[in-house]
Design a protein around this ligand. Structure first.
Ligand code: PLP
Length: 395
């Protein structure tokens, strides 16, 4: 038994491809091609060269001395915040644009909420000279002005979506509509381990470079290739999937996932999908979804725009259902406090999303000999205004 995807595109009872008939050909074309391409020597050579020379990989595995002292164990930080464009998302967009090119596609579409995936997509489109259209809810366009300007500067067309709540869910619907209308020349880059099979598996594989590096780096620095704990935040699940990929079937490693508690899981303002979600279908996958009694998807809330997703990747839903992973909700205030703590102890300002993984540290009980690897998925530059509005009482 494995916690990775099976032949049918499922993780236990989660996953699959629940899509309208009109998208069947697009998704099937992708399913038939992705493994062949991702495993070819020629793809791997170009992918790894770009990860090295363009993204700046391998990202460091940094032994955080003062943070370790604070929590009474050995904490290593996997520094995805040091990547080009400031987060792990670029690993995935580079992989998918190389795949799109090999499938003969010339036009790229994407959806974005906070704008981080939109910027990562616009970046690789500039890099490869591809046309780029990014769908973004009008509310998000107004909230995330800088990312919109970045996408435009990179040459992308940003389409504000005015249906529904004008946020991520509505932008996703619009991107799917576009794909239906342009199946021949268009490739849809999804930004996380969500969507219909094969997307969750494909994105996890492209992000798995994170755990591939952790193995090597831990062996060099610790003399063993596995930690006792792996910790990451979960929105859709891509940085977590990358962090755990090569360890997921290794029972020596405890997996800890932090989801966004928002103002508290019982407050009605939360994005804690594992704590609250019920089985449903979202973006073409069967997984836990935050929904009301009528099965309507509820608008999620988190201080962190990147974790503010009403579903969760099918891989992670299964890890939680099988109790392979511990999933802890971390509330806004706990995340902000953890971000200030990392900043003052280590001189690293984390993204608000990553701050949720850090906020889970105080909920754990570590032994002094425990080795913990925690992924800092992105840098906090984009979140400075939010941090300054929420200064906690500091010791
Ligand atoms: C988008 C984002 C996330 C959440 O997405 P996952 O797919 O769950 O990784 C986390 N951290 C940062 C910095 C992000 O930009």
């Amino acid at each position: 038994m494995s916690y990775l995807v099976n032949e049918e595109g499922y993780y236990g009872e989660f996953g699959g491809a629940y899509i309208p008939e009109i998208l069947h050909k697009c998704v099937e074309e992708l399913r038939c091609n992705y493994l062949k391409v991702l495993q070819s020597d020629e793809f791997l050579r170009e992918f790894h060269q770009l990860l090295r020379d363009y993204v700046g990989r391998p990202s460091p595995l940094y032994l955080a001395h003062r943070l370790s002292e604070r929590y009474g164990c050995k904490i290593y930080l996997k520094r995805e915040d040091l990547n080009h464009t400031g987060a792990h998302k670029i690993n995935n967009t580079i992989g998918q644009i190389l795949l799109a090119r090999r499938m003969g596609k010339t036009r790229i579409i994407a959806e974005t909420g906070a704008g981080q995936h939109g910027v990562a997509t616009a970046t690789v489109c500039a890099l490869t000279g591809m046309e780029c259209v990014v769908y973004m809810g009008k509310t998000d366009v107004e909230r995330q002005h800088i990312n919109v300007e970045k996408m435009k500067m990179l040459g992308a067309t940003v389409v504000p979506v005015t249906s529904g709540n004008m946020t991520l869910k509505d932008a996703t619907n619009e991107a799917i509509r576009d794909w239906c209308c342009h199946p021949a020349d268009t490739y849809y880059i999804i930004g996380s381990t969500v969507g219909p099979h094969p997307y969750p598996d494909m994105v996890a594989r492209l992000q798995s470079v994170i755990s591939e590096e952790i193995k090597k780096q831990l062996l060099e620095q610790e003399g063993r290739d596995c930690p006792d704990y792996l910790m990451a935040c979960v929105g859709g699940g891509s940085n977590a999937a990358g962090t755990i990929y090569h360890y997921v079937d290794d029972p020596r490693v405890q997996i800890v996932l932090a989801e966004a508690g928002g103002k508290g899981v019982d407050s009605g303002m939360t994005a804690a999908t594992i704590a609250l979600g019920k089985m449903g279908i979202i973006h073409g996958a069967r997984t836990y979804v935050i929904q009301n009694e009528d099965g309507q998807i509820e608008e999620p809330y988190s201080i962190s725009a990147g974790l503010d997703y009403p579903g969760i990747g099918p891989m992670h839903a299964n890890l939680a259902a099988q109790k392979r992973a511990i999933v802890v909700p971390v509330n806004d205030d706990e995340a902000v406090r953890a971000a200030y703590e990392l900043t003052r102890l280590e001189g690293i300002i984390p993204a608000l999303e990553s701050a949720h993984a850090l906020g889970a540290l105080e909920k754990m009980h570590f032994r002094p000999q425990d080795v913990v690897v925690l992924t800092v998925s992105g840098r906090g530059d984009k979140d400075i205004e939010t941090y300054l509005r929420q200064v906690p009482a500091l010791p």
